[in-house]
Design a protein around this ligand. Structure first.
Ligand SMILES: [Zn+2]
Length: 189
């Protein structure tokens, strides 16, 4: 099945939280949500069960349906063990903090070993950096610039991102989702 997720969640889209067949979110980062159109399509294709509803309905002649707010897949999908190497996940690994000065605003990425010196765009060579630090370091090696990241960049596990993610929940959470998200409790690996 084509499982697609989106990161920016707008309440107007009446997104449904998508749970795996074991009732855990299919994905945390980004949080697995579908817009209502995709959700209803999946309901009609009998790929999901409806777990909870919005108060809002969609209507067409002879048809009315309350929009699902939580659905669960009928078939279990093995979650990926390795988080995707994305902009958001790098920030999350670094707790949305510049790895050089600790700033939390104006965040960008920095290649620790500059690309011009053969540095790769990988978990192990990319860190969160504020724009001023990024500019200051420029194309220099860390020691040359006297700028070493506070933590050596690494490829995080899903568990490590979950731990950090508890501090940075998405900007939109429908109340019916809260039973299935564990922002305030210890997450299992
Ligand atoms: Zn900085």
């Amino acid at each position: 099945m084509n499982v697609h997720v989106q990161r920016t969640v707008s309440p107007e889209a009446c997104p449904a939280l998508v749970l795996n067949a074991d009732f855990r979110p299919l994905s945390y980062y980004p949080l697995s949500v579908w817009c209502w159109q995709d959700t209803i399509k999946a309901v009609f294709l009998e790929r999901v069960n409806i777990v909870s509803h919005y108060d809002r309905s969609v209507r067409s002649p002879g048809f009315e349906m309350r929009l699902p707010s939580v659905v669960s897949l009928k078939t279990y999908i093995q979650p990926s063990r390795n988080p995707a190497f994305t902009r958001f996940n790098v920030f999350l690994r670094d707790r949305f903090t510049c790895q050089y000065c600790g700033a939390r605003d104006d965040l960008t990425f920095d290649h620790v070993i500059p690309r011009s010196r053969g540095g790769q765009t990988t978990w192990e060579n990319v860190v969160t950096a504020c724009a001023p630090c990024n500019l200051r370091k420029a194309d220099r090696m860390p020691r040359q610039a006297d700028m070493l990241p506070r933590q050596a960049p690494f490829a995080p596990s899903v568990f490590q991102l979950h731990q950090n993610g508890r501090h940075f929940p998405p900007n939109y959470l429908h109340e019916s989702w809260l039973d299935y998200l564990y922002w305030d409790t210890e997450l299992e690996p």
